[in-house]
Design a protein. Structure first.
Length: 395
């Protein structure tokens, strides 16, 4: 059963339970009896809408009929939560705003409702309202304050307000959550560095990267950006040092560094054997076709196309990839003619078609897939969880 189905089921049970309980109070005749009009027709209409999976119509019925109090709060919250998960954000806002407008609840309950409303605003893209409410809640203490900080942090991430995000993340970087938020802060500084690079200010970009490394010394992204800065300033030895650290930080990102690493070696006048030795070491850690092709290309002038094709083929026997196959076909096409060349060209087009719409990257937390590399997952919002896909259709 899907999560939405469970929520709907629980909401129905809660609504029935409240109806039964109020009915019992009505019949008790005691001091706490409830007048007969407590359960009016709109209440039963609302329950009927829930049973028929029409929560949008249930909203109006429950808001009109079911008084908001400590006894009915859970039903209202369950309805609001269900609507938010179904994407009915305007109706979720209506439910939570109705609670705040009419309920006489304990302070802790009211604060929790405000948190839910802040989440509604955030998902609905009403970032100003979400920020105003979350900043107010962050003045409270305990878990409410922490939850409010998390909402505020997501707002600043969406708005790309990285400096403000850093300040909030520092408040959250305590206890068991310290490593998670230190990692996020490191990426915020990487975002700032990228911005300075786009503005053609490498020195300020370098300062931001120093901060990024200070918060997460194994952040491969920081090494990638530092390598780019060094290449742009002609500091090729320093660029090589930065980029080759990635193998020990997180080797799956080595393919992302190859273009800058090649430039640094060529313009820095480094011997080809130095780059090959490094790439061979990388292959022992991560069997990437990008690394294989970079190695093969660096040897092409010395060993020729035939030996290069054999080198790639040997790798494909153990780690087959369509991308490697297309490169192998290209090498053979260059040395064939007539019908054989036509057939190889057709085979290559088929191979390309197989991976044309296939994702190249996948988030290891939520499974999000795409053809473009993102350091911040668009789905689960985690940092550095998207990595190249390995296998037949990937690396």
């Amino acid at each position: 059963m899907m999560m939405e189905d469970w929520l709907l089921y629980l909401l129905i049970v809660a609504a029935i339970g409240i109806g039964w309980w109020l009915g019992r109070r009505e019949l008790s005749g005691g001091p706490g009896n409830v007048p007969p009009e407590t359960l009016g027709p709109n209440y039963y209409n609302g329950l009927n809408y829930l049973l028929n999976e029409e929560p949008d119509r249930a909203v109006a019925a429950f808001i009109q009929e079911l008084e908001v109090n400590q006894d009915t709060l859970e039903t209202h919250l369950a309805l609001g939560g269900l609507l938010r998960r179904r994407g009915e954000l305007e109706k979720a806002v209506t439910v939570h705003e109705n609670i705040l407008a009419h309920a006489q609840l304990e302070k802790s309950a009211m604060l929790n409702v405000k948190l839910e409303l802040a989440r509604d605003y955030l998902l609905a893209g009403l970032l100003d309202r979400a920020e105003e409410l979350s900043l107010t809640l962050s003045q409270e203490s305990g878990e409410i304050r922490q939850q409010a900080h998390r909402i505020t942090l997501e707002i600043y991430e969406r708005e790309k307000e990285w400096r403000q995000a850093i300040e909030v993340a520092k408040l959250l970087a305590v206890g068991d959550d310290c490593k998670q938020y230190e990692k996020a802060i490191s990426h915020y500084y990487c975002e700032i560095a990228e911005d300075w690079l786009n503005r053609k200010d490498p020195e300020k970009a370098r300062q931001a990267i120093r901060e990024a490394i200070g918060h997460d010394a194994v952040n491969a992204r920081a090494s990638l950006i530092l390598g780019r800065i060094d290449v742009s300033e002609g500091l090729y030895r320093e660029a090589i040092a930065a980029l080759t650290r990635i193998k020990d930080q997180e080797a799956v990102y080595v393919p992302e560094s190859l273009s800058q690493l090649k430039i640094a070696h060529e313009k820095g006048g480094r011997p080809p054997e130095e780059l090959r030795s490094y790439l061979e070491e990388c292959l022992k850690v991560v069997p990437s076709i990008s690394i294989v092709l970079a190695l093969a290309t660096s040897m092409r002038d010395e060993i020729g196309d035939e030996a290069m094709a054999k080198y790639i083929a040997n790798h494909l026997k153990h780690n087959p990839t369509i991308r490697g196959l297309t490169q192998l076909i290209d090498l053979h096409v260059d040395n064939t003619s007539g019908v054989a060349k036509q057939n190889l060209t057709i085979l290559r087009s088929f191979a390309e078609a197989l991976v044309a719409d296939k994702p190249a990257y996948r988030c290891h937390e939520c499974g999000y897939e795409g053809k473009k590399m993102f350091w911040h997952c668009p789905s689960c919002k985690d940092w550095a969880t998207i990595k190249p896909i390995f296998g037949l259709e990937g690396e």
